[in-house]
Unconditional design. Sequence first.
Length: 147
Amino acid sequence: MAQRLDYKALAPEAYKAMSALSVFVAGSGLEAALRHLVKLRVSQINGCAYCCWLHAEDLRALGEIPARLDCLAAWREAPYYTARERAALDWAEAVTQIGHGHAPDEVYRAALAQFGEAHLVALTYLVVEINAWNRLAIPFRMEPPKI
């Protein structure tokens, strides 16, 4: 597949607005590794190859161990994730798949207990952010680099 068009160049003001959301999320106080784990997991759900590649690279650069990357799609069954990460991943999946259960109360309560109100809002903006990037990258056929 070849990239269909350059959405950044064709709508620079929209791209600037999206980038501002990314800057907010990066400065929200959420740990970098947690942010990229969530971004990678949401990108896996959405099937965004470019974003999967990008956030796996980000995690490797942060020193993430391979087993945590390898098992992220099956995080519920893998012993590699903290309670905080599990709450974030569960919340990210619920928000991404909002049509399947509308973010259940038990998932909300677990995330709120781990993050508190302000960081839960930041986490939700993180999920919104990566879902939006996926929805640009997928239809316009952003590709990871050739290997």
